[in-house]
Design a protein around this ligand. Structure first.
Ligand code: AP5
Length: 216
């Protein structure tokens, strides 16, 4: 399965990518997670990306395409991948198409997670993530089992992302509308787009997603 999950910040891409990864055994490839790992490692890439991410803007296309090229070359991506948060500009979509042509591994589908815009800010301000395993929770809709701790293995602390402050969320939503939303039409014209109503419980959205990609 070679899939792109498209959607606004907070639409549930990461949550559903983690579920699909567990269900189908193909890796979630999140450019946001890969960039946050670079920031945490203090690499030159991470230092350059941090200010851009904290401002809610997009990291340069060439940088992100380089990260994806490296990630898709790892053996676990041979069986497929779930791209989460990439591509998010037309230039990235073109770069991805060229890379996949070169690899002889075309996309199966691009799934748009459609959410009521009013719900997005609520989802993002209530999000908490595990420092250890990366699982994503929400204080109300998907609460961690042990208060503010994740319990996959030993209890681990949860944290709130730096870019989940309200003013940064506003900037991210605007960037999404201007730079990423054009991809809906782009992939629609190529016959790859599937729309999924992503309002509803996590299980309901997962079931709709699996129906949209024709697998369960
Ligand atoms: P990234 O990490 O990709 O952030 P994003 O696209 O803004 O998406 P989010 O991770 O915020 O949301 P999500 O859709 O994954 O939702 P989630 O499942 O967590 O990117 C961060 C930054 O990195 C960017 O701003 C940019 O600077 C940079 N970057 C990344 N990729 C880049 C690229 N390709 N090019 C350039 N720059 C790039 O869910 C959100 C919350 O809602 C959670 O709390 C969850 O529990 C809850 N939730 C999920 N589903 C439901 C539901 N059905 N009902 C109720 N609550 C739900």
């Amino acid at each position: 399965m070679r899939l792109v999950l498209l959607g606004a910040p907070g639409s549930g891409k990461g949550t559903q990518a983690q579920r699909l990864q567990a269900h189908f055994g193909v890796p979630q490839v999140s450019t946001g997670d890969l960039l946050r790992e670079a920031v945490a490692a203090g690499s030159a890439l991470g230092r350059a990306a941090k200010a851009v991410m904290d401002a809610g803007q997009l990291v340069a296309d060439d940088t992100v395409l380089g990260i994806i090229r490296e990630r898709l070359a790892r053996p676990d991506a041979d069986r497929g991948f779930i791209l989460d948060g990439f591509p998010r500009t037309l230039a990235q979509a073109d770069g991805l198409a060229a890379l996949l042509r070169e690899l002889g591994r075309p996309l199966d589908a691009v799934v748009l997670l459609d959410v009521d815009p009013d719900a997005l800010t609520r989802r993002l301000t209530g999000r908490r993530s595990c420092r250890n395993c990366g699982r994503v929770f929400h204080l109300v809709s998907n609460p961690p089992p042990a208060g503010e701790l994740c319990t996959s293995g030993a209890p681990h602390e949860l944290f709130q992302r730096d870019d989940d402050r309200e003013e940064t969320i506003r900037a991210r939503l605007e960037v999404y509308r201007e730079r990423t939303q054009p991809l809906v039409e782009h992939y629609g014209r190529r016959g790859l787009l599937r729309r999924v109503d992503a309002d509803g419980s996590l299980d309901e959205v997962q079931a709709r997603l699996e129906a949209a990609i024709g697998r369960s």
